[in-house]
Design a protein around this ligand. Sequence first.
Ligand code: MN
Length: 318
Amino acid sequence: MQTVILLTKAALKKAEEIYGPYAVQPAPQYTLFQAKKPGVTITAYQSGKVMFQGPENEKEAAIWANNIDRSKTAASSVSGKTPAKPASKNKHNESALPTDFKDWGVIGSDEVGAGAYFGPLTTAAVYVSRDQVPKLRAMGFADSKTLTDDKIVKLAPYIIENLPYHIVNLTPDFYNQKQQSGQNVVAMKALSHNFAHNKVIAKLNGEKPDGMLIDQFVQESSYNRYLQKNKQVKAPVKAYFKTKGEQEHVAVAAASVLARYVELQTMEQLSKEAGMKLPIGAGKEADRVAAQIMKSGKNLGHFAKLHFANTEKAKKLL
Ligand code: MN
């Protein structure tokens, strides 16, 4: 029960946008995105291959009949075959960084919470000037995923007290409202990063950063498109895009730590309001706690990202 088609590049972008509201977060490894609609799961790969699975697969695939890429020799419509995983490591067309980039004065930005059912989507941008770089490195700033909560809580105040920064904290209420009105999560991230960049630049009193580094979550072309579509002014400093950006510049590590710090605080606040400890992630424990919140009569949308599959799973536990 599946159909695989090969879409043109333009159609693939359009599909990413259209299926955004149904996107599985985070996207499974090696995929461009995956979306679940009633009766069909859509999985897209960077190569342009899109797989439709489920009882509605043919009907859904037919929507794209005029967008099939026939320029490639690969069969444009294959039934019953799973496309090979693309070999490309560089799935986002990452920026090439100048050799001494690590020592530049950079605005770094990163977001956390996109894959977590409970809590906010939090983006932070931090400016680390050239003379601050060695200090932050020595303090042990690194990807927040590799640091304990204790370490996060120790490091983040240094940023807040000493560096220009800005945080965009999309609470579940706001996030759900945007998501339900058709804004996809990738667009929300792009807008959050850019908003934070502009705010940081405004705090620099004319000092010009050497560049900006975005911990990459989307192709640069799509990033720009989301800003244009939402009539946002792109921050006027050269932006570089790199996955694992925290390894390329300590400013991204600092942003990652700060975003995580704010996420932790928000989770604590929301846990208080819920009267129970909200778990990190999107596993079974999240389903169980969501069911409890629903039973208590509280508004689940105040605590959780409702479009995650956890919501339906939680309802089944009632
Ligand atoms: Mn990131």
